[in-house]
Ligand binder design. Structure first.
Ligand code: ADP
Ligand code: SF4
Length: 693
């Protein structure tokens, strides 16, 4: 589906050879985790299939473990341990092939990054030592013997054979993200062996070379072999650096059919937009393509077609690799091909998708509510089931929930009116996007505003607050109340179930106050973060940048603790500390006086006084449910047919922006009533009855 003619993006639609295969264009969905893995194979297959349908030339799996000695539990990834795992993979391959894309499988032996909690096999790596990437697990890995090395090679070969049997076109040899035995052998910081697998680069690269050769031998031209590798571990002289990777390419540069380059660990590879620009890996990847004749794929949260073209023209990459941009918009290639670039649902770089993997729940995406729901609920990112009747729908509130409800109901053929109290639409997204580092979040609004502009059956009226009676006069069949939520001013949150003791003369502000432009009266500010996601840290950054002396106080062990699930906690801590914000952990605010606060240790209860001119409370939110309650009450008083009234998004239950967008879609999907069965489909394991018989 090339654009044809003289589109500036033509180069992105050139077919490219990968060994014996021909990729139909340069769009390559690199392997990415999804929290579904072996547990939700049908949902996983449908998700990958939608990517293929959206025009990606190559669609890859997440990491797929080759053997029980590589068990990433509690994370749920792919498995290919024996033939019992084949049917799940065949489903994935079929879904990808059904739409003309090449299917790639990322085989992994996690070694010292796999705690093996499920399989109970002691992990193994190049040497005896603690685990990599495992957050202080009380597990050590043992040094692999030569026999272990021989076994690992045979497990990998067996998995390659099974990959071909499942129908995969491209098989990965994986040495990246500080997650694989092959990388640990390559890296001087993990490999201190004294045999011919350790020491000089040639020795450290021996296992990688052997596994590449084994893989080529097993594939034997029936598919292609890719190698994904960390080109820099960002660990200075201790880790793999430029000289190492250039040396590796000198040794094995011509072995695989494709190189997939990435930088550091997952935290470095998937930097949120708050901390890194599009194309941020170019600095490390540039120049490597010139050291091999094989095609190269790389990532960089690419959303701008101009940047993609530049990557190819400047000889940095042959393929535009994407995980997050393909999650936010599986149809990115198709839209570019059809000259519909303005309609791309651009990734905002929030990393909420990563939290699916970290919370072991199916992937969700702030921009794309259908992500992970393709099979479970039958949602498609682009296609909507038309309504039997053109239902009349009113949406009250134009935040992410309301806008998504309006777009989805509009695409289903509804007659939709959106009323918004403020002059500006976008709700929390418009407001939060003005905070430091969050500008890209506005894309949640931009995409939906653009779509509404293309839907003649959807009208938006800003500055239009209406009473329940006024609304009911218009005889809508369905009313979504998407009026958002309000940050509490009384300190109630995780730590305090009851309102705090607050002196009425104290200067207390909420996130809403700060976003509306209010500021503390004095310079010394205590910010009590009992919300633990991003906002407390962002507001501390805002105030510190404006010259306030900020103390961020949290009962948690980390600042913005939940952002461990979005790969940014360490960056938030570094940024705040770098700006001079004082971070106090394990402490709560117990009382707020006129000139300061009383704090308490979470463990001992010991209290202390701390001077402060103002206190910012980032604790929890109350849903703005009154409009919904008023409507329901008036409907209850009316005779005759009444509209369906539903609070959605934060007005129903405050949560993430992704949850609000998802709820907007759900409202539109259920306009003709919810599915009468279970709310969604799931794979139920086939049980072997009477296993002791
Ligand atoms: P969500 O995340 O659930 O979409 P937001 O807080 O982002 O919630 O958006 C709610 C939107 O609803 C805001 O733009 C707000 O101004 C608007 N709003 C709140 N109350 C009313 C109301 N009574 N009538 C119309 N719009 C309202
Ligand atoms: Fe991008 Fe956020 Fe969606 Fe992930 S969740 S793909 S970072 S928009």
């Amino acid at each position: 589906m090339p654009p044809g003619g003289d589109s500036p993006f033509d180069i992105l639609f050139e077919p490219v050879r990968i060994g014996p295969l021909l990729a139909r264009n340069r769009f390559y969905q690199v392997p990415h985790c999804n929290g579904m893995g072996w547990r939700d194979p049908s949902a996983l297959a449908a998700m990958r299939g939608v990517k293929a349908e959206g025009g990606w030339a190559v669609v890859s799996t997440e990491e797929v473990s080759i053997h029980p000695s590589s068990d990433p539990t509690p994370f749920v990834e792919g498995r290919l341990w024996d033939d019992a795992d084949l049917p799940a993979h065949m489903q994935v391959v079929d879904a990808i092939h059904a739409h003309g894309a090449l299917a790639a499988i990322e085989l992994v032996h996690g070694g010292m990054a796999a705690p093996n909690y499920y399989t109970r096999i002691p992990p193994m790596g190049p040497g005896h030592g603690v685990l990599a990437n495992q957050h202080y697990a009380p597990v050590q890995s043992r040094q692999m013997t030569r026999d272990d090395i021989r076994q690992l090679r045979s497990w990998h070969q067996a998995a390659v054979g099974r990959s071909l049997a499942a129908g995969y076109d491209i098989v990965y040899v994986y040495a990246g993200h500080a997650l694989t035995t092959l990388q640990f052998f390559l890296s001087p910081r993990y490999n201190q062996r004294s045999d011919d697998y350790g020491g000089p680069l040639e020795n450290r690269a021996r296992l990688l070379r052997e596994v590449l050769e084994d893989t080529l031998e097993t594939v034997a031209g029936r598919g292609a072999v890719a190698c994904r590798i960390a080109v820099d571990e960002l660990a200075g002289h201790l880790g793999i650096g430029r000289a190492d990777i250039e040396g590796v390419l000198g040794i094995v540069g011509e072995l695989p059919d494709l190189w997939d380059f990435m930088v550091g660990s997952w935290e470095d590879d998937s930097v949120p937009s708050r901390f890194g620009p599009e194309g941020g890996q170019e600095e490390w990847v540039r120049g490597l393509k010139q050291l091999t004749s094989k095609p190269v794929v790389g990532v960089g949260r690419f959303t701008s077609p101009d940047t993609m073209v530049r990557m190819v023209r400047r000889g940095v990459l042959d393929f535009i690799g994407a995980a997050r941009p393909s999650i936010a918009d599986p149809f990115l290639p198709a839209k570019l091909a059809e000259d519909r670039a303005a309609e791309i649902r651009e990734c905002i770089g929030c990393n909420l998708c990563v939290s699916g993997d970290y919370t072991v729940a199916p992937i969700r995406c702030t921009q794309n509510p259908s992500m992970g729901e393709e099979w479970r609920r039958g949602w498609h990112p682009e296609r909507y089931r038309l309504l039997a009747e053109p239902e009349r729908v009113l949406v009250v509130g134009a935040g992410p929930a309301g806008l998504e409800a309006a777009v989805a109901a509009g695409k289903r053929g509804g007659e939709v009116v959106v009323i918004e109290a403020r002059r500006e639409i976008g709700g929390r997204v418009a407001r939060e996007a003005r905070l430091p580092g969050l500008a890209a979040w506005r894309r949640v609004l931009d995409y939906r505003q653009d779509q509404i502009g293309r839907l003649p059956n959807v009208q938006v009226y800003p500055q239009s607050a209406m009473t329940a009676d006024e609304i009911l006069e218009h005889e809508f069949g369905h009313i979504a109340v998407a009026t958002g939520s309000t940050w509490r001013r009384d300190g109630v949150g995780y730590h305090h179930p009851m309102p705090l003791d607050i002196d009425p003369s104290a200067d207390v502000l909420t996130p809403d106050d700060l976003m509306d432009g209010s500021r503390p009266g004095g310079r010394r500010v205590v910010l009590f973060d009992d919300d633990h996601y991003y906002l407390g840290g962002v507001l501390a950054e805002l105030l510190a940048a404006e010259g306030y002396r900020v103390t961020l106080l949290t009962p948690a062990s980390d600042v913005s603790e939940w952002t461990n699930n979005t790969l940014e906690q360490h960056r938030i801590a570094a940024r705040l500390l770098g700006m001079g914000v004082e971070i106090v952990t394990h402490q709560s605010v117990e009382r707020i006086g006129a000139g300061g606060v009383v704090t308490a240790c979470r463990f001992t209860g010991r209290t202390a006084e701390r001077e402060a001119d103002a206190v910012v409370l980032v604790t929890c939110r109350s849903p703005n449910e009154q409009p919904a309650l008023d409507l329901l009450e008036r409907c209850g008083q009316m005779g005759g047919p009444t509209p369906e009234v539903r609070a959605i998004g934060d007005a129903y239950a405050p949560g993430t922006i992704a949850a609000a967008v998802w709820d907007g879609r759900r409202f539109a999907e259920e306009l003709e009533g919810p599915d009468p069965g279970a709310p969604f489909r799931r794979n139920v394991p086939a049980l072997e009855l009477d296993p002791w018989a």
